[in-house]
Write a protein that binds this ligand. Structure first.
Ligand SMILES: CC(C)(COP(=O)(O)OP(=O)(O)OC[C@H]1O[C@@H](n2cnc3c(N)ncnc32)[C@H](O)[C@@H]1OP(=O)(O)O)[C@@H](O)C(=O)NCCC(=O)NCCS
Length: 163
């Protein structure tokens, strides 16, 4: 699957085995960035073989897409079935790629695709307290706060109510 976005340089494409090396390099370059708010412990701890195994056995029903600028992998956006038809949204960008609206534009394209092509009813996102850039992305995508948990705030977007 490949999705275009409002930014002509920016596309989303399903991650597959051909992307393992690029993805691994991106994770290696972004360990500190990904952990700045205490998130992504599993991904940051993964070695190349664990990443490869994850790509080889994707979670049933998950949509994992690479965020690409002019074809280059700069991040990831994932819709994960938590309690289908309720999904969660996760995303991260290469530290060098932040500040360009890529996460927002990728999110708009993916959520529009999901609204039109899947039975997903609700999308949730958990944001660790203090992760302002991520909260700003969710605000721009139309998510609203639903509850505070121990270390994070849960956000929700309905794909079935008119936005
Ligand atoms: C969360 C994360 C993806 C947000 O990245 P981001 O670049 O700030 O978000 P966007 O790509 O939507 O870009 C928004 C920024 O680009 C600017 N921008 C430029 N062109 C834009 C456009 N066309 N549309 C929207 N914003 C644009 C915005 O003004 C904003 O800048 P600001 O931060 O100075 O206000 C990034 O910080 C990250 O990877 N963090 C580590 C992983 C993480 O925390 N993931 C989320 C877990 S819940």
């Amino acid at each position: 699957m490949e999705l275009v976005t409002a930014d002509p340089r920016l596309r989303l494409r399903t991650l597959d085995m051909a992307d393992v090396e690029d993805y691994w390099r991106l994770v290696e370059h972004n360990r500190d960035h990904l952990g700045r708010h205490g998130d992504y412990a599993e991904l940051r701890a993964a070695d190349r073989e664990m990443i490869r195994a994850g790509f080889a056995h994707p979670l049933d029903g998950e949509f994992a897409l690479g965020i690409r600028v002019d074809g280059d992998l700069v991040g990831e956006m994932v819709l994960t079935p938590v309690d289908p038809p309720r999904y969660s949204l996760g995303y991260w960008l290469d530290e060098k790629a932040v500040g360009n609206g890529y996460a927002t534009n990728a999110g708009r394209a993916l959520l529009m695709w999901a609204r039109e092509n899947t039975g997903i009813t609700d999308v949730y996102a958990g944001v660790t307290f203090g992760n302002r850039p991520s909260i700003a992305v969710l605000d721009r995508l139309g998510f609203t706060e639903v509850s505070d948990q121990d270390t994070y705030t849960r956000y929700r977007l309905s794909l079935r109510e008119p936005s």
